[in-house]
Design a protein around this ligand. Structure first.
Ligand code: M1P
Length: 256
């Protein structure tokens, strides 16, 4: 039984979307065309987003001048669901620092910062560790990189495997920490407890007992941050190449 909150939707189904390269270009804003399509979908069923980024970034990318993301989507999940909103109301959740503890976190953060100090890459900017509610995000170039610097790093990383090598070292060194290292974007990787991947957000929707849950994401390959939710038996996963591909599939699948 779907709750009264969604009683007006003709179909008791949920459609969940990744953000970067699924609804928007990487780190860019949603277009009005995409929002119009999502509104049409929302008149038929329940619609949510699940980003790896923190809530402020997810919300910033998916808000238009007079339309805030938390009003436009039934569910907005940042940090894989470690920050969660349902119909504009925040839901209770968990915290990375409580899970890991201050002492163990300090050892991890110090190691990461030393490692980054020793990496020889063409340029470095600032904010090498972003501390979030449900994870940390680690970037060898730093999160203050511009769009062009991001693209340059992404290409450099593709050739030199900077992030893959970093993750391998962390997996070995901190094997007893129970952490997952997930490469989801262009310049960084996310670090969170096992199981706090995008499947985490499914806990927040379980009470609604949707007949079907669709998921659309671009990073669905093994090691990508959409992989677990894409593969999860509770969802029907679809891989997309970019926002235009998402729009095409939505029109075909849901008769929009
Ligand atoms: O949503 C995918 C990823 O987006 C950003 O990655 P990057 O800055 O490397 O492009 C980050 O917010 C990351 O946490 C997130 O998983």
């Amino acid at each position: 039984m779907v709750s009264a909150a969604f009683a007006a939707r003709p179909q008791k189904k949920l459609v969940l979307f990744d953000v970067d390269n699924t609804l928007t270009l990487a780190r860019q804003s949603v277009t009005t065309e995409m929002m119009d399509l999502l509104r049409a979908l929302r008149s038929k069923m329940v619609v949510g987003v699940v980003g790896g980024s923190d809530f402020a970034k997810v919300s910033g990318q998916l808000s238009l001048p007079r339309a805030k993301a938390i009003d436009e989507f039934d569910y907005v999940f940042g940090e894989n669901g470690l920050t969660a909103y349902k119909l504009g109301q925040e839901l209770p959740t968990e915290s990375f620092i409580k899970y890991i503890g201050e002492e163990r976190y300090k050892v991890l953060a110090n190691f990461i910062l030393h490692y980054i100090a020793d990496i020889d890459i063409p340029i470095k900017r600032g904010t090498f560790i972003e501390f979030r509610n449900g994870m940390i995000n680690v970037s060898p170039i730093g999160r203050n990189a511009t769009i062009q610097e991001r693209l340059d790093f992404q290409e450099y990383d593709r050739q030199h495997g900077i992030r893959a090598a970093f993750v391998k070292v962390l997996q070995e060194k901190f094997s007893d920490y129970g952490l997952t290292f997930s490469v989801g974007g262009q310049i960084s990787f996310d670090v969170f407890p096992h199981g706090w991947d995008k499947t985490f957000c499914l806990k927040h929707v379980a009470d609604e007992q949707f007949e079907e849950i669709f998921f659309f994401g671009d990073n669905t390959h093994k090691g990508g941050n959409d992989h677990e939710i894409y593969e999860d038996p509770r969802t029907i996963g679809h891989t997309v190449q970019n926002p235009a591909h998402t729009a095409k599939l939505l029109k075909e699948m849901f008769d929009l």
